[in-house]
Design a protein around this ligand. Structure first.
Ligand SMILES: C[S@@+](CC[C@H](N)C(=O)[O-])C[C@H]1O[C@@H](n2cnc3c(N)ncnc32)[C@H](O)[C@@H]1O
Length: 353
């Protein structure tokens, strides 16, 4: 146990077991509702008439293709559909028990497992082709949501990020760090504990900054963090002269919409020459137990009207290259952690704006 763990998490001995195990177990409780939604849409019945490609299936079911795609991925992860060369087919389990014309269908039993209230309650509606869902970017702007994100991050991810940051050549000499969309500053505060000369600047929505100033004011290093009211959709941008620029779980939409290079060019302009950008984002689906959980997170994300919850390594690296960054260091996701991210650092090699 290192000094950071002792100082930051008094309950650190309790982080001995991988939180991913419990997280995966809890996510499985969503399955009945997801499978019920698929049955209610008629997905198993339509597939029983013949194998089908995603677009054709979406047309036949009158479904939103983006959300359906994520649903099929979950069903594949639990063995209820199989896919080969993009063509979906029933498995013997779903063909026998989930098709209404089957003499031994268990749809009544399935309906008994309705699942509890949760993020998939309106999945059938979200799957409809004509359903327009606008993502609400205020879902993290409450004390409960922010403290909950902090608590999840403390089950290993903050420790992982801090140890990665410490390995960056510029970390010990860094004096100014930007933490964009940094919520109530739990990542920044953890990093400050590792570098006495560092000042952190957290940028987030005004209501989130107000919560941070309230709940973090008694933190040991609170006076070394400045919370800046900020909205990325507005016309203002962050200050410049940073040695480090940290960004965690924020760039998925930029990657999906092709605006990542523009964003990273602005990051470049805010960094001193030779400064480092550090990214912590889910990069791709994993294998094993975490694969199902990630598939469900992706389905939940798309059903909420947000494009995706993954930022592929190649998308990020290519955009960084175009924005004047290089010297990449990558740390692959630690599968023991829940919502494990790929960590990447990149050095500013040239000015681009
Ligand atoms: C998924 S959370 C990530 C928080 C933190 N970086 C982490 O990794 O735990 C996304 C953050 O982006 C912030 N956010 C959402 N929309 C924003 C916007 N338009 N401008 C600035 N911040 C925004 C949210 O308030 C929230 O703190």
């Amino acid at each position: 146990m290192d000094a950071f763990m002792d100082a930051f998490c008094p309950t650190a001995p309790q982080v001995r077991a991988p939180y991913s195990q419990l997280n995966n177990l809890l996510y499985k409780s969503y399955l009945p509702l997801i499978i019920n939604s698929a049955a209610e849409m008629g997905l198993f019945d339509v597939l029983s008439a013949g194998d089908s490609f995603l677009e054709k299936l979406a047309e036949e079911l009158n479904a939103n293709v983006h959300v359906l795609d994520a649903l099929l991925d979950v069903l594949e992860a639990v063995g209820l559909v199989a896919v080969q060369d993009g063509c979906y087919t029933l498995t013997s389990m779903s063909g026998t028990y989930l098709v209404s014309s089957s003499k031994v269908n268990q749809l009544r039993a399935l309906r008994g497992f309705s699942g509890s209230r949760g993020p998939f309650d309106n999945l059938v509606e979200a799957l409809r082709h004509d359903h327009v869902k606008t993502f609400n970017n205020r879902i993290w702007a409450s004390e409960e949501a922010a403290l909950s994100m902090e608590q999840v991050s403390k089950a290993g991810m903050i420790q992982e990020v801090v140890s990665f940051m410490k390995s960056i050549p510029g970390f010990s000499g860094a004096r100014r760090m930007c933490d964009i969309a940094g919520s109530i500053g739990y990542y920044s505060l953890a990093m400050l504990r590792e570098n006495d000369g560092l000042q952190a600047h957290v940028y987030d929505l005004p209501e989130v900054c107000a919560i941070a100033r309230k709940v973090k004011r008694d933190d040991e290093h609170f006076e070394r963090v400045t919370f800046h009211d900020f909205d990325i959709t507005g016309s203002s941008w962050v200050d410049d002269g940073f040695d480090l620029f940290f960004c965690s779980h924020f760039l998925y939409e930029f990657g999906a919409k092709g605006t990542l290079v523009d964003f990273l060019k602005k990051v470049n302009a805010s960094l001193k020459p030779g400064g480092y950008f550090v990214s912590s984002h889910i990069s791709s689906y994993t294998t094993g137990e975490n694969r199902l959980t990630f598939a469900m997170v992706e389905l939940m994300t798309r059903a909420m009207g947000y494009p995706t919850h993954s930022l592929p390594e190649e998308t990020l690296k290519e955009a960084l290259g175009k924005a004047g960054f290089g010297d990449f260091t990558i740390q692959e996701p630690n599968e023991d952690l829940a919502f494990a991210t790929m960590l990447l650092s990149a050095r500013k090699l040239q000015e681009t704006l």
